[in-house]
Design a binder for this molecule. Structure first.
Ligand code: CTP
Ligand code: CA
Length: 227
């Protein structure tokens, strides 16, 4: 048999990662969701697995196959995603790539809401979803490394720095999505790594390349931590 000689700097490391959108039901046939293909999170999960990590992916509904070598749990809602992530602790690192719906309807209708001609549109009462990343960033079982993502249309760095502090993350992978039609669903990405020690701008590259570079960065950060 051929020996796999590729280095495995993350062997023995358990890494939890969220990806995809969440779906928040309105009634049995309708939901509210964010725009997310799941591609960046899946690519990162696969890249971490290639470096030897025990990767636990918690994914919202997506149309791409589970990444190779990764234990994947499928969920629909933000609350299900939060429960699934917490059930996977303790872990060495947690990475939050998911585009979680910020709000859900206050109550899900048991029956399909019927359209009645001339009666007007229904009003949805919304309530805030839990912030999964902030919960883990301040958790008693906080992983050594906590990483968030942020898609912004303006003030990218300021917004990412505010999220870094508020959510208790070690770094935020910030994304400018103002030039619409690009990042969401596409195969390329331009990111900045925002941490307490500064901002690192990466050039535009494929999502797989972003994933490989991020996996290497995570391996570097975990190197000094005892297994
Ligand atoms: N996140 C999360 N749970 C939520 C909302 C966001 O875990 N309920 C995570 C995302 O996975 C991402 C980071 O927090 O890693 C930033 O998400 P983002 O939507 O940019 O931040 P919000 O705090 O929701 O702020 P806003 O949408 O107003 O920009
Ligand atoms: Ca949000």
């Amino acid at each position: 048999a051929l020996l796999d000689a590729s280095p495995k700097p993350l062997s023995g490391r358990k890494i939890v990662i969220t990806s995809g959108p969440t779906h928040e039901p309105i009634d049995p046939v309708r939901y509210i969701a964010n725009r997310s293909s799941g591609k960046q999170g899946y690519a990162l999960a696969a890249a971490l697995a290639r470096l030897g990590a025990d990767v636990r992916l918690v994914s919202g509904p997506v149309s791409i196959p589970d990444p190779a070598g990764v234990k994947t749990t499928h969920v629909d809602t933000a609350r299900e995603m939060k429960d699934a992530v917490e059930a996977l602790l303790p872990a060495d690192a947690a990475i939050f790539v998911a585009a979680v719906a910020d709000w859900r309807t206050e109550s899900e209708e048991g029956e399909k809401i019927k359209k009645v001609a001339g009666e007007g549109a229904p009003t949805l009462r919304m309530t805030e979803n839990p912030d999964i990343l902030a919960g883990i960033g301040h958790h008693v079982l906080r992983p050594y490394l906590v990483v968030g993502f942020a898609a912004e249309t303006r003030d990218v760095v300021q917004n990412a720095q505010a999220k870094l502090a508020r959510k208790g993350a070690d770094f935020i992978v910030a994304n400018d999505v103002s030039h619409a039609g690009g990042v969401m669903g596409g195969d390329r990405n331009t990111v900045r790594i925002v941490s307490k020690s500064g901002i690192e701008q990466w050039p535009e590259m494929g999502k797989d390349e972003v994933a490989a570079k991020l996996a290497a960065l995570i391996a570097e950060r975990l190197k000094t931590v005892e297994v």
